[in-house]
Design a protein around this ligand. Structure first.
Ligand SMILES: *Cc1c(COP(=O)(O)O)cnc(C)c1O
Length: 392
């Protein structure tokens, strides 16, 4: 079956008394057992049965199984946010004295987790240019816990050569962790490129219109000890499991993901092409544009679509602020891949507390606006942008 069919027809394993057509929300905390032996078997992992919803819950398990059916993963674990998934994956790999080879071009909280939280625990960040393979090779040593990168970085929209990086890392026995939030895992085959673990903020494309926070670790089983540490240590001890309510909404989100994504990516492509001809826009950055430096690599690695995030550069920070203030259809809000089109000025918001020097290292410019393109008629988005650029 094709993925859009699998996304809808993966059954849940425990049919409820009423034959509910969609998975029920098991909102309860605790589960009862018929006898003491079964209870012991469940708690000691000799049988698979939920006992307490911080550790396992049928609604969340169903969501995980659907994601598993849509990927070639050996293990899928759902978390209560993208950051919970990312921090847990990294904590499963590091110990004091290890290092992480990654880049300045990271989601703000991921960068803060690696270069702040983990640094305090004695793990060293190696923030490098991952588009330079020689640099990657020279940065990995015996103490490297993993290479961590985002498939299309935000807001720079940089794409690294995953296959080449994975080959270098694997030669040295080091796993590659990729944050694949920018393009849904249903559109790509990152395992074939050598990625060992995908981490995803399912808050974005999967949730279906910004309904709920969530995160996923999609583990391809190439480093089996990682899943042991996630499932039997960190997930339980940190208390970061997804809630059944979020799992229900995100299961419904998976069912409409294919059509929503195709439409949003097509809208973004059309809009990016149209915006190139608009006066007052100095630069349009979108990897779907054929003169974008990452266009061919992105196409090779992720397929024909390029996601629904693009950036535009105006003359100044003041021009960006006036533009945002004049918008009528597009919303001034953070988040990505909502049903609505959203606009934000990253340098003064998401990265607003970083010093100028660090903004320069991260290539976050005062002239850049980020757009997350929604499901509206793209002509309406274009008109809103054109009217917001007009000076009275
Ligand atoms: C939003 C985002 C995250 C964090 O996800 P949350 O669900 O907000 O915790 C991580 N990585 C990327 C690329 C994101 O866009």
């Amino acid at each position: 079956m094709k993925k859009q069919t699998i996304a809808i027809h993966t059954p849940y394993t425990r049919p409820d008394t009423y034959g509910s057509l969609s998975v029920p929300i098991y909102s309860n905390v605790s589960f009862e057992f018929k006898d003491a032996q079964t209870m012991s078997d469940a708690f000691c992992n000799r049988i698979k049965a939920p006992d307490y919803s911080r550790i396992s819950n049928p609604t969340v398990t169903n969501f995980e199984q659907r994601v598993k059916a849509l990927t070639e993963a050996t293990h899928v674990t759902a978390f209560n946010s993208g950051m919970a998934a990312i921090s847990t994956a990294l904590l499963a790999l590091v110990t004091h004295g290890k290092n992480i080879v990654t880049s300045h071009h990271l989601f703000g909280n991921t960068l803060a987790f690696i270069s702040g939280t983990l640094l305090r625990l004695g793990v060293k960040p190696r923030l490098r240019n991952l588009t330079n393979l020689e640099t990657v090779e020279n940065s990995i040593d015996e103490q490297t816990a993993c290479v961590f990168l985002e498939i299309i970085t935000n807001p720079q929209l940089e794409v690294a050569d995953l296959k080449a990086i994975a080959e270098i890392a694997h030669k040295k026995g080091v796993p590659v962790i990729a944050d694949s939030t920018a393009i849904p895992f249903t559109e790509t085959n990152l395992k074939a490129l050598g990625v060992d673990i995908e981490v995803v903020s399912s808050t974005k494309y999967i949730s279906g219109g910004g309904t709920s926070l969530g995160g996923l670790i999609i583990d391809y089983g190439t480093f089996p000890q990682i899943n042991q540490r996630i499932k039997y240590d960190l997930l339980i001890n940190l208390g970061v499991y997804m809630t059944p309510q979020a799992a229900y909404m995100q299961t419904l989100g998976l069912e409409t993901l294919y059509v929503r994504y195709q439409k949003q990516a097509a809208n973004a492509q059309w809009l990016a092409e149209s915006l190139r001809n608009v006066n007052d826009i100095e630069h349009v950055n979108y990897v779907g544009l054929d003169d974008n430096p990452y266009h061919n690599l992105a196409k090779q690695q992720f397929g024909p679509t390029a996601g629904a995030m693009l950036t535009i550069d105006l003359a100044s920070r003041e021009a960006c602020f006036s533009f945002l203030n004049r918008l009528r259809v597009i919303h001034r809000a953070t988040n990505l891949f909502d049903s609505r089109t959203l606009a934000i000025h990253p340098a003064s918001t998401i990265f607003g507390l970083f010093p100028e020097r660090q903004l320069a290292q991260m290539d976050v410019r005062q002239t850049t606006l980020r757009l997350s393109v929604g499901l509206e008629a793209p002509e309406d988005i274009l008109s809103d942008i054109e009217q917001a650029l007009k000076k009275e």
